[in-house]
Design a protein around this ligand. Structure first.
Ligand SMILES: [Zn+2]
Length: 161
């Protein structure tokens, strides 16, 4: 049996019903399985954290599309965790999975200096609009199709316009 010692000096046995984590996103205290969490963090108790059920549900598309994240990780030669971190933060901001994937490619492209091509569909996903609206938005910004435009740190090639 393991115990935690409270500030008043009381020992409380740790069991399945009394182990809680604070959700790093919304701050909700929620019941967790300590063994599960420690397995995920490689046994690091102080680094351990767990999203609550509601916030975890938001991250589901990321796990359902693990292959897409893995292919981005492979392309940039980074660990899957790195891609998950970026996608997770996008999902937390209520972006669509597509927008998050484009965001991850964008961020990794800027970080690595590797060029990455973005299609009109990618841009529409980020802007949350149709291809037509994306075209109009790009024209407004003076970016032409099939033109390499220099935005900070990377180049956009809009071959599909
Ligand atoms: Zn939460």
């Amino acid at each position: 049996m393991l115990y935690v010692k409270s500030e008043s000096g009381e020992f409380t046995p740790i069991n399945y019903g009394n182990t809680f984590a604070k959700c790093p996103k919304c701050g909700t205290m929620h019941q967790i399985d300590l063994a599960d969490i420690l397995e995920c963090t490689g046994g690091d108790v102080e680094e351990a954290s767990a999203f609550c059920e509601k916030c975890s549900a938001k991250h589901m598309p990321m796990f359902e599309n693990a292959d897409k994240l893995q292919s981005i990780a492979d392309r940039f030669g980074v660990h899957l965790r790195e891609v998950q971190r970026i996608v997770k933060s996008g999902l937390d901001r209520d972006l669509s999975l597509e927008a998050c994937l484009v965001g991850a490619r964008l961020a990794l492209s800027m970080e690595s200096g590797k060029e990455e091509l973005f299609s009109l569909d990618d841009i529409a996903a980020v802007l949350g609009c149709s291809r037509e609206e994306a075209t109009a938005e790009l024209e407004k910004q003076g970016i032409q199709g099939a033109q390499i435009s220099t935005l900070p740190g990377f180049e956009w090639l809009l071959g599909q316009m």
